[in-house]
Write a protein of this length. Structure first.
Length: 221
């Protein structure tokens, strides 16, 4: 099996690489600094230097993976931005940093995967239940929420374009103990990624364009 993880220097991305490598998969993964690239190589992955928020860097991915046929591709890169509690207007810089990583980065990366997915491939983006409008009960982190709602829209469009070629889904990993989730979170990265890999492995073509929790249950858009 061939796997691509985009944004894998630490946290859930790195754990995806560790677990897919342990299962014997051939893994290509990206990071945007030297330490991240070293961590990926230490796990036996082919490490590529990609910053999804940089147009020149991100647009080079297609060339870096030319000729590959990935069975699983995961867009994991993400940024939380300001920890707002109410309707605190973000600065333009805060808005751009979050939206460029979570949304524009996906709009750069997903089109480039079109030619490097194996028949019947699975394509997942790491979204968040915080991006769900249908299940929303709180407003903290509203810039992050808006970015994941937009990422969900991007994933839905990718699922329509890639229908028949790949099964495309948005995934919520749970609240996970990473730099983003913090030490008080519910799940370890090991538990979350074990669950997410199971969800990905169990995807059927009818699941194309859906939004799943790490336990496999559906989440409303
Ligand atoms: N942890 C949670 O509770 C939780 C809950 C719901 C959803 N998620 C989502 O799950 C994904 C992984 O989260 P995490 O908890 O592992 O977060 P994390 O520990 O903060 O790691 C974020 C990852 O994204 C990468 N990244 C950020 N900006 C990037 C860019 N411009 N180009 C390339 N890579 C970039 C980071 O690389 P650098 O090391 O280079 O910064 C890092 O590898 C994210 O999309 C996040 O929104 C997490």
């Amino acid at each position: 099996m061939k796997v691509l993880i985009v944004g894998a220097s630490r946290g859930l991305g790195l754990e995806f690489v560790r677990q897919y490598r342990s299962s014997g998969a051939v893994v290509t993964a990206t990071a945007r600094d030297a330490q991240g690239l070293v961590r990926l190589e230490a796990l036996g992955a082919k490490a590529l230097n990609v910053d999804v928020a940089d147009v020149a860097s991100a647009s080079g991915l297609e060339w870096l993976v030319d000729g590959e046929a990935f069975d699983v591709a995961v867009y994991n890169a993400g940024a939380y931005g300001p920890h707002s509690s109410g309707l605190d207007t973000p600065t333009a810089e805060e808005f751009d940093a979050v939206m460029h990583t979570n949304v524009l980065g996906a709009m750069r990366v997903l089109p480039q995967l079109n030619g490097v997915l194996a028949p019947g491939a699975k394509l997942a983006v790491l979204s968040s239940r915080m991006g769900s409008i249908g299940e929303r009960e709180a407003a903290f982190g509203w810039l992050y929420r808006a970015s994941k709602a937009a990422l969900n829209s991007v994933l839905k469009d990718a699922s329509l374009v890639l229908k028949g070629q790949a099964t495309c889904v948005a995934l919520h990993p749970g609240w996970v103990k990473t730099d983003m989730g913090g030490s008080g979170a519910d799940l370890t990265p090991e538990r979350s990624v074990t669950d997410l890999r199971k969800v990905i492995a169990g995807l059927r073509t009818a699941d194309n364009g859906k939004f799943f929790n790490h336990d496999g249950s559906a989440i409303a858009w």
